[in-house]
Write a protein that binds this ligand. Sequence first.
Ligand SMILES: Nc1nc2c(ncn2[C@@H]2O[C@H](COP(=O)(O)OP(=O)(O)O)[C@@H](O)[C@H]2O)c(=O)[nH]1
Ligand SMILES: [Mg+2]
Length: 640
Amino acid sequence: MSSLIVGTAGHIDHGKSALVRALTGIDPDRLPEEKRRGITIDLGFADLELDDLRLGFVDVPGHERFVKNMLAGAHGIDLLALVIAADEGVMPQTREHFDICRLLGVRNGLVVITKKDLVDEDMLVLVEDEARELVMGSFLENAPVVAVSSRTGAGLDELKSRLIELGKRVPPRSLDFTMRLPIDRAFSMKGFGSVVTGTLVSGTITEGAELELLPPRIPVRVRGLQVHNKSVHEAHAGQRTAVNLAGVDTAQIERGMVLAAAGRLRPTQVIDAWIDVLPGASRGVRSRSRVRFHIGAAEILGRVRVLEGSSEIAPGKGGLAQLRLEAPVVALHGDRFILRSYSPAETIAGGVIVDPFATKHRAREMQVALELLHLLMSDDRAEKFEGFVKAAGARGLRPADLAAATGWTNEVLAQVASQVQKDGSVIDAGGVYLARESLGRLSETVIAELDRHHKREPLARGMLRETLREKVFAHSLPELFAGVIARLEADGNVVSEKDIVRSSEHSVGLSDQDAELSKKIEQLYLAAGVEAPTIDEVMTRAEVPVARRAQARKIMQLLIDDRKLVRVQGEMFMHAQALDALKTRLIKYASQHEPNRLIDVAAFKDLAGVSRKYAIPLLEYFDRAQVTRRAGDKRLILKV
Ligand SMILES: Nc1nc2c(ncn2[C@@H]2O[C@H](COP(=O)(O)OP(=O)(O)O)[C@@H](O)[C@H]2O)c(=O)[nH]1
Ligand SMILES: [Mg+2]
C-alpha cells in the first residue's frame, strides 16, 4: 500500500472542507470555533483508503488572513486538489494558493469544480475554461478537471477514480534522505503526554527511537506512533503521522519545529537561496527588505540581500539571495520555501535553499561565492558535494557537516564521497574533506612557512608543530593539520618528528667553525660532569668572542635538541652522560639500602661529589625525572 498526501487549495467558501468530508466522512474542521463559524481557520486532517492507496488529506483554510496556516500544511503535498466553486470561479486565494503550490514544487494534482448543483451547464463550461486558463503552462496543464457536488454526491465517484489514477503515477518518495517530520500540531493527551503531528516528509520513524526536536535541540524518545488513527510500530515517508513523545513538555513545542534523528540536522539562520518572484507580485524582492520566510511548517521573519546584479529581483525574475533570519530554522539544501511581504502579508516569491549554512559574502569575494552557489545548484550530487567542500575552503568539511546540509543518508553520502574522491576533486585529509585546490594551497603555505623558518633558523631542527598549526591552520578544523602533514610526509615533502616539523630538504648544516665550537662546548660539559659551569663560564672557557655568543647559544640549543645537554635548572645545563652516570650510582645506592631506599642531602652530596649548590638542583631534577621522590627531608629512590 502506498501512502500519499492530498492537499486542498482554493478560495474561502469554495467547498474544500465539504469536499474532504464528502469523500472521507471525516469533518476536517475540528476546532469548536471552526464548527461554530463554519469556516476553516487552521489545518484539518482526514484519511481515506482507495484501492491500494492510503490518502492522507490536509485541508487548508482559504481565508487570506490564514494563508500562514495554509502554508504550514502545503509543504508536504503529493497531490493537489485545486478547488474552484462553480458559482464563483477563480478568486484571489485560488490564485495565491495555486502560486504557492507551484513555488513549492508540487508536481501532481487535479482541478475540482465544486458546487456543481448550484449552476447550469453553460456556467459550468465557463468555469472549466477559466480553470484551464489558470493552470496553463503549469504542472496542472494536462490534469483532469472534475466537477462535483458535495451536496448531491454527483461526480464524487469520478473524482475517486481520478485520484486512484493520479496516485499510481506519483513517484514514490526518495529513500535518499534521513528522517524529518515538520510539526504542524502539538497537543497533550491525558495519560500520554506530548503528541505532535505532521507529514513525514522523508525517512522512517520507529517506536522507541531516540530523536531530537529542532531548533531547540531537545532530545526526545518516541513512545508511540499513529498513522491515520491507528497505532503502528513504524511510520514512513508520505504518511500523516502522530508521534507521542517522551522527554518534552507540550509547552516547549511549537508549530514549525522539526523532529529529526538525534544529532543529524542543525538549525541555521543564514541561508543562500535561489528566489523566483511571481510575475504578478506587487513588488520585487529587494535587498534589506523584511520578509516572512515559510519553510516546512515554520514561519520566520528575515531580511534579504540580493547577491547577483542589482539590489532587486523584479517580478517574474529569479536570482540568488542571502536570507538572514531572526530565529533559527531547520533548512536543507534543495528545500522549497515561500516568501511573503512583511506588511501587507502577500505571497511574492518562492525559492529553493542552495546553501543552508551560508556565511557573509564580502563584495570582493562575491564572484567566487556566486560560482560556488551555481555549482551547488547542479543536478549532479557529485558536483553538489564538491561545491560544499569548496565553499568550506581551508576549513574543510566533516561528513556530519554534509549530512546536516543535505539530509542525505549515510549510504548516499558514502557513495557520493567515493565518487568525488575517485574524480580527485575532493580529498579526505584526516577524516575531513578538503577541495583539491585547498589542499594544494595549504600544502604550499606549509612548505613556504617551513622554508622561511629554516632560512631564519638554519641551526634549528625544524618548526614547532604548534607554531606551524597556529600559523597555517588557524581557520581549519583541528583534524586537518595532522591529515595535511601526513600527506606531505607521505609525498616526501616534509619530515615530522615528535614536536617538530621540517622540510625534507632541511638538514642542520654547521660550518666547520661552528662544528668545532659545538664539539668544544660539548667537551667542556663532559669534563665538568655534574659540577656544571654557567653558560658565561662555558663561553669564556671556549674563548667565544662576544660577537659570536648569540651563535654559540644557538649551537648549544642544537646540543639540547639532540638531547646531549640537559637543562637541570635555569641556566644550569649538564651533559646527559654525566646525569646518566649519577643516576646509575643512585640506583646502586638504593639497592644497598633496601628496604627503605632513602638518601638524605648529605649522603647525596657525598655520592655525587658535589656541594649543596649542585646537590639541591640535581635532586629536584631527579624528582621531576621520577628517579627520586621527596620523603620528609630525605629522598626515596624509586624503582625503575
Ligand atoms: N450547494 C452546495 N453547497 C456547497 C457545496 N460544497 C460546499 N458547500 C457549501 O459552501 C459553504 C462553504 O463550504 P466549505 O467546505 O466550508 O468551504 P471552504 O471554505 O472552501 O472549506 C458551506 O456552507 C457548504 O455547505 C456543494 O457542492 N454544493
Ligand atoms: Mg474549509
